[in-house]
Design a protein around this ligand. Structure first.
Ligand SMILES: Nc1ncnc2c1ncn2[C@@H]1O[C@H](COP(=O)(O)OP(=O)(O)OP(=O)(O)O)[C@@H](O)[C@H]1O
Ligand SMILES: [Mg+2]
Length: 414
């Protein structure tokens, strides 16, 4: 958050507006980031109000969901605890229960066990329209015969807001999503990305305590996805709205989340800040779901492992044994040429494919030493190495011999 001193000590009224602007314009702004700094009373009051407006903490405690006729639980003692104003992303494979978790939270599904609290109140039996939540789905679900403005006004009209007031609020929301100039257009005349922004404006117009987004970007092309995802994050930070965002897309999750919950079989397997989840995955499922990882043969005492002759520290919870799989990220492997490698560690490999990714290079190799050729049920041991493009040995190409060596970075053994 970049709140400079001039802004922070400006006259009270101007300062409050400036703080609001800073939130609107700075995608990296956080409440904590500002609160710790030298801001005026009015700015603090505004922040407090913003936290209150977003307001809703969420607790889902031991929630069980069994669909009629189903034998398996779609949610199996599901637990989730979200702070007010936080953006949590639920990530996981198809059918793991992400939408069910969201729909149960919204009150769109009955649950068979557990309870759901919002802002400290038990809402388990509260009907969907009394939960003060808004949900945006993958399909835009707008009214095609209404203009963008009318669509956004709709939720307010249902809530009995006067015509004048709802027009004002709806225009503000369309401005927030960058569509003020399209207010009079029918939604069927708009692009997918524009329609999704109208859906978002409609959800935000009712000033929900909690915003629920179920794969809202999956129908859009890659470029619009990135733009809209960043816009959602900016708006979420500026309004302080507690948000749960469901996606399949790990890059999307890593880009917007305060915390990511990785789901598997109706449960959250691990929930943590993106960086922690990437660097210290608790399970193999989590490690393979976020980013690329190599499974390398090693020996472990639970605290350290030896992989290709190199000692590595292990993440707590790692398995022990003479023959374990150690999960090593591609960027935590070094690559050298055999005649330049005078250390005793590392394993000989052959380059299969070199992928140029701009500033990075990813090199797919296969281990050629006898000891590991039969590892992993007789399959070839393939190892992917990633390094900055300028560290790739000059002239390296497919079929060349190299030495692959793990770097001493904490890894998970399983
Ligand atoms: N209406 C329903 N009736 C019966 N079973 C359902 C229903 N909706 C979902 N399920 C089942 O519940 C489980 C969880 O489904 P859910 O839709 O929550 O998964 P998801 O993680 O959102 O998957 P996706 O990524 O494919 O959207 C799945 O096994 C699914 O088949
Ligand atoms: Mg789903």
């Amino acid at each position: 958050m970049t709140l400079d001193r001039n802004t922070a000590t400006a006259p009270v009224a101007a300062s409050a507006a400036a703080v609001e602007d800073a939130f609107k314009n700075d995608p990296t702004a956080t409440l904590e980031g500002v609160q710790g700094k030298d801001v005026t009373k009015a700015a603090k009051a505004l922040l407090k109000d913003s936290a209150k407006r977003g307001g809703g903490s969420i607790q889902m405690q031991d929630v069980v969901k069994i669909y009629p006729g189903a034998t398996k639980r779609a949610l199996d003692d599901f637990n989730l605890d979200i702070k007010p104003g936080e953006m949590v992303v639920l990530l996981g494979g198809s059918g793991c229960g992400k939408s069910t978790a969201l729909r149960s939270l919204a009150g769109l599904e009955d649950i068979q066990g557990g309870r759901i609290m919002v802002g400290g109140q038990d809402v388990t039996g509260v009907p969907v329209n009394k939960r003060e939540m808004a949900m945006v789905f993958q399909a835009y679900s707008l009214f095609p015969h209404m203009t963008a403005l009318e669509n956004v006004e709709f939720g307010l009209e249902v809530r009995g807001v006067s015509k004048e007031e709802r027009r004002k609020v709806a225009m503000e929301q369309l401005e927030l999503v960058g569509l003020a100039d399209q207010a009079k257009k029918y939604t069927q005349q708009m692009s997918g990305g524009q329609q999704q922004r109208v859906a978002l404006a409609r959800a935000l117009a009712i000033k929900p305590r909690v915003l629920l987004l179920d794969e809202p970007l999956s129908a859009l092309d890659a470029k619009v996805r990135v733009q809209l995802r960043d816009q959602i994050r900016r708006i979420q930070l500026s309004t302080g709205t507690t948000t749960v965002f469901v996606t399949h897309d790990q890059e999307e999750a890593l880009a917007v989340a305060d915390r990511i919950g990785v789901m598997n079989k109706g449960k959250i397997e691990q929930i943590a800040a993106p960086q922690d989840l990437y660097q210290r995955p608790a399970t193999e499922y989590v490690a393979t779901f976020i980013g690329l990882t190599n499974r390398l043969p090693g020996a472990s005492n639970g605290e350290e492992a030896v992989v290709f002759g190199q000692r590595l520290p292990l993440i707590s919870g790692s398995a022990k044994g003479d023959s374990v799989a150690v999960l090593v990220r591609p960027e935590n492997l070094a690559l050298s040429l055999p005649d330049q490698n005078d250390s005793k560690v590392g394993e000989r490999a052959r380059v299969e494919v070199i992928h140029f990714l701009g500033s990075l290079v990813r090199v797919d190799t296969v281990i050629t030493s006898g000891e590991f050729q039969r590892w992993n049920k007789g399959e070839q041991l393939k190892v992917t190495v990633q390094l900055p493009a300028n560290e790739l040995p000059a002239g390296l190409s497919s079929g060349d011999d190299v030495i692959v060596t793990p770097r001493p970075v904490a890894a998970l053994a399983c």
